[in-house]
Design a protein around this ligand. Structure first.
Ligand SMILES: *Cc1c(COP(=O)(O)O)cnc(C)c1O
Length: 379
């Protein structure tokens, strides 16, 4: 990393706008080549201080709740799509005020809310149904929208063609961190099962989980998949990646607080897997650390632990060229997506500060948190 992080408080997320820009340019090239429309899924990345930059390339946002929709509307102001497994009656009026595309998870939800949609005076809202093609290649059930008894999307057996009047789009989301070969196999199933309904739609949303900005991603196959649906049915194609927008664009800078010994050296950090990088425990995965290796790769191996009381608040085992000591800084990589949006203050641990870097301004510390942020969520 070429940014001098010594002035940053710790722990702190640091997002490098140059890297966001690089991702946006890749995504934009797909839009230019195919005419598809790409949305940022706020679920994965909601750092609204970079929304102006994101909005200069992408067509808008997709949201999973009223609050995300409102944030996208207020801070980006382009297209705002929403999908949720169910909508809350009391929130629906406000959802109508912020969104231009609403995808429903069931025909009952559609029937429950369709009059409200039709009667909105403010603007025309385009509605869709989420389908479940019952085909996915995700191995981890918690991330697989097609696992047995999944509540996400309407299966072909439960599809009600006679209730489609007023529906302009179909939506499927069945991928997670996958390449376009998975998409190509998936769209064959979608076409086989739901093709007869796609022809009467205005749009088809291919969801998220497309790892488009990963170095080995095959963009040609993605382009072919998009063109396939556009040519066959004349529909507009939406993609709504979260992760691909922010992939490899940010860091979490943390500090060593203490070293303890229990049959191995354990470093306690001023960050926490449970609070600041929950996917390390949930996915689970092992984040890379700059200048660190696998256990045993370098002379000094440590287990890195968080500062909560949770026994399993462990980030992983890493080795270093020099012994660690209190005050040393560690830089965790790829910490922009599914981190800030999932943070919590379990154990009263403070939230990491948020900073960004760009060429013009250098490092800019955008936000720091404190006791009030902890207290206001409790009573
Ligand atoms: C999570 C989600 C996304 C974004 O997924 P990524 O893996 O971050 O690209 C898009 N659409 C829906 C419906 C989602 O649930």
């Amino acid at each position: 990393m070429d940014i001098d992080i010594r002035a940053l408080p710790t722990p702190c997320y640091l997002v490098d706008e140059r890297l966001i820009l690089r991702n946006l340019e890749i995504l934009h090239s797909v839009q230019q080549r195919t005419g598809c429309r790409i949305l940022l899924a706020l679920k994965g990345f909601s750092m609204y201080s970079v929304f102006p930059l994101v909005g200069s390339y992408l067509k808008g946002v997709t949201s999973s709740s009223l609050f995300e929709a409102r944030l996208g509307h207020e801070e980006m102001g382009k297209e705002v799509h929403i999908y949720a497994p169910a909508y809350i009656d009391e929130e629906f009026e406000e959802i109508l005020a912020h969104c231009d595309h609403i995808t429903f998870n069931s025909f009952d939800q559609w029937n429950r809310f369709k009059d409200k949609v039709k009667n909105t005076k403010i603007k025309k809202i385009s509605c869709g149904i989420r389908i479940n093609p019952e085909y996915s290649e995700i191995e981890t059930p918690i991330y697989d929208p097609c696992y047995q008894f999944s509540r996400l999307g309407v299966t072909l057996n439960n599809f009600r063609p006679e209730e489609l009047e007023g529906i302009e789009g179909l939506h499927f989301h069945t991928m997670c961190e996958q390449n376009s070969d998975t998409l190509e196999r998936t769209i064959q199933v979608v076409d086989q099962k739901f093709g007869k309904f796609i022809g009467s739609m205005k749009w088809l949303n291919l969801g998220g989980g497309h790892h488009i900005t990963r170095p080995d991603y095959d963009i040609e196959t993605l382009v072919r998949c998009i063109n396939f649906f556009q040519d066959k049915y004349g529909v507009d194609i939406y993609l709504e990646p979260g992760e691909a927008v922010a992939l490899n664009t940010g860091y979490l800078v943390a500090k060593v607080l203490d070293i303890v010994d229990n049959d191995m050296k354990i470093a306690i950090l001023d960050t926490s897997a449970a609070c600041h990088m929950p996917d390390v425990l949930e996915m689970p995965y092992r984040p890379n650390i700059i200048d660190a290796g696998q256990p045993g790769e370098y002379p000094f191996t440590y287990r890195l632990g968080g500062l909560t009381c949770l026994a399993g608040d462990i980030i992983g085992d890493y080795s270093f060229r020099q012994p660690l000591k209190p005050g040393d800084r560690l830089v965790f990589c790829d910490m922009a997506h599914y981190t800030m949006v999932k943070n919590n203050t379990f154990n009263g641990v403070n939230l990491p500060s948020i900073a960004r870097f760009n060429e013009e301004e250098g490092i800019k510390l955008i936000k720091q948190f404190g006791y009030e942020d902890f207290k206001t969520r409790l009573s």
